[in-house]
Design a protein around this ligand. Structure first.
Ligand code: AMP
Ligand code: MG
Length: 489
């Protein structure tokens, strides 16, 4: 029996901001993968989830009585152009669960069938993109980066038409909420200030409860969201993650990474790296991510002006502008700390920036593997340079940099030895390498889930090098070619 104690605050408190809806029955649901530790964390019984009622819920076919499935309304700037109505076109919010740690989590389905927001789309998701999101989001979580989680992937038994016919699937994901910048934009665009206020107060109760009821809460909330986004993007940069589609509807108020579409991890370091087939002008390139995150929070700021100063929204502008203009400094501080740790520094300051950018220039000059190069540095701190020397051909530039770096880490408390320990905790050995992800998805299409499970298992401990997993450290073979990702979920 599937019994779930949902507590659906969104449905209860934000009437008029969603459409109650149910999914389309899946003809022949088959569980592909279930995240048992996450199920336990949510207080859900993995066996019940894998049973008939569980699979009905996880595909959106039939819901437990306590669920209030709904399609959320939102708008969004996509590649800079505003769409006043997007919304859950192939997704449903099933309900909210207060987990074992007392945290409220959304249970959400992607690929559960058309909704009133589908705009001509089929409301479905294909197997490949569903498993891709599963792999990438769980890898990000294991890397210690705020993210939505993957609870389950279920094949529907249906064929989904894209460029070719593909097997259909539904992803069940878990998030601290699905409130996006685009959710606020939806109500601003319609001039619905009362709803905007209800939404903002709800978001504050959910994500920044200490601000609840304060007179200046909306301005303070804006600063919180800015801080979360800047910290998040700094973490992306530190692991070489390229989100690929940083539209405002894919920018979560919670500060979690959301909507894994054409995302990928850097292999060869190139600040201009773009993987997404549709990002032809490099709008969401690796090095553009901090700028775009700032752009996104500026769109949130616009929606909050009429709440900050209802009589005269224009008068709220200078202060909001200040908050937005502080974003690059907040980002730079977070980035310095992240990148400093990768070089063994407990808390890097502005004087260390040259050391960080110096190493990145070495990598860029040789298009060296980003993850692999950082992963060799802990050994270099212990005196073994062979790894990094293998990767950087420009000996004199490398020697200069190593000299300066050694001097700097010697000044850290505990010296180079402690720095090396810090580096092992900051530099992942394993990332979901593009060729590994593709291989896992290709096998899944042949009903072989072993490579998927193996990759997920490797990624559960990305910072711990283990014997026998050398192949997972290596970048793609040359014949893999340049990597291109597609939205197509
Ligand atoms: P995304 O690319 O996932 O950020 O989605 C952008 C918007 O397109 C959202 O409103 C989605 O609900 C909608 N969308 C994407 N794919 C489909 C589909 N197959 N059917 C209906 N709506 C879709
Ligand atoms: Mg989206």
């Amino acid at each position: 029996m599937l019994t779930i104690r949902f507590d659906n605050s969104y449905a209860r408190e934000l009437e008029g901001m969603y459409i109650p809806w149910t999914g389309q029955p899946a003809p022949s649901p088959k569980l592909l993968i279930l995240n048992e530790p996450l199920a336990e964390e949510l207080g859900l019984d993995p066996k019940a989830l894998a049973g008939t009622d569980g699979l009905a819920m996880l595909t959106g076919s039939a819901m437990p009585e306590t669920a209030t499935p709904l399609a959320m309304a939102y708008a969004g700037h996509q590649f800079g152009g505003f769409s006043p109505q997007l919304g859950d076109g192939r997704a449903l919010l099933v309900g909210e669960i207060v987990d074992r740690n007392g945290h409220r989590r959304d249970l959400h389905l992607k690929g559960s069938g058309p909704t009133p927001f589908s705009r001509g789309g089929d409301g479905k998701a294909a197997l490949g993109p569903v498993l891709r999101e599963y792999i990438m989001s769980e890898a990000m979580h294991a890397l210690g980066i705020p993210t939505t989680r993957a609870l389950a992937a279920v094949a529907t038994g249906e064929t989904v038409r894209r460029e070719t016919a593909l097997p259909g699937a539904v992803l069940a994901r878990v998030a601290s909420s699905h409130l996006r910048v685009g959710t606020f934009q939806f109500f601003l665009a319609r001039g619905e200030t009362a709803r905007l206020r209800r939404l903002a107060d709800y978001a504050i109760r959910r994500h920044d409860p200490d601000l609840d009821g304060h007179a200046d809460r909306y301005a303070a909330f804006l600063r919180r969201v800015i801080a979360r986004q800047m910290a998040l993007v700094a973490q992306w940069m530190a692991v070489g993650f390229v989100h690929g589609v940083m539209n405002t509807d894919n920018c979560a108020i919670s500060g979690e990474t959301i909507d894994y579409g054409p995302c990928a991890f850097l292999d060869a370091y190139d600040p201009k790296a773009v993987f997404s087939s549709i990002d032809q002008h490099g709008r969401y390139a690796y090095d553009q991510q901090p700028v775009l995150a700032q752009w996104n929070v500026a769109r949130l700021a616009e929606t909050l002006l009429p709440l900050i100063n209802p009589e005269d929204p224009e008068a709220a502008l200078p202060d909001a502008q200040d908050a937005i203009e502080e974003a690059p400094d907040i980002y730079a501080g977070a980035w310095r700390v992240q990148m400093g740790r990768k070089l063994g520094l407990e808390s890097a300051d502005t004087a260390d920036e040259g050391l960080i950018t110096g190493f990145l220039s070495l990598l860029a000059g040789e298009r060296a593997d980003f993850t692999g190069s950082f992963a060799t540095l802990a050994a270099a701190a212990r005196g073994d340079d062979a790894g990094i020397r293998d990767r950087i051909a420009d000996r004199s530039a490398l020697d200069d940099w190593l000299g300066a770096w050694r001097k700097r880490i010697a000044r850290e408390t505990g010296g180079a030895a402690r720095a090396a320990e810090r580096m092992s905790r900051a530099n992942p050995v394993y990332i979901p390498r593009n060729h590994r992800v593709e291989a896992a998805l290709a096998s899944a299409h042949e009903d072989d889930l072993a490579p998927l499970h193996e990759l997920l298992e490797v990624m559960r401990q990305p910072y711990t090098r283990r014997a026998g997993l050398e192949a997972f450290e290596r970048p793609a073979p040359d014949d893999f070619g340049p990597y291109v990702t597609y939205c197509g979920t």
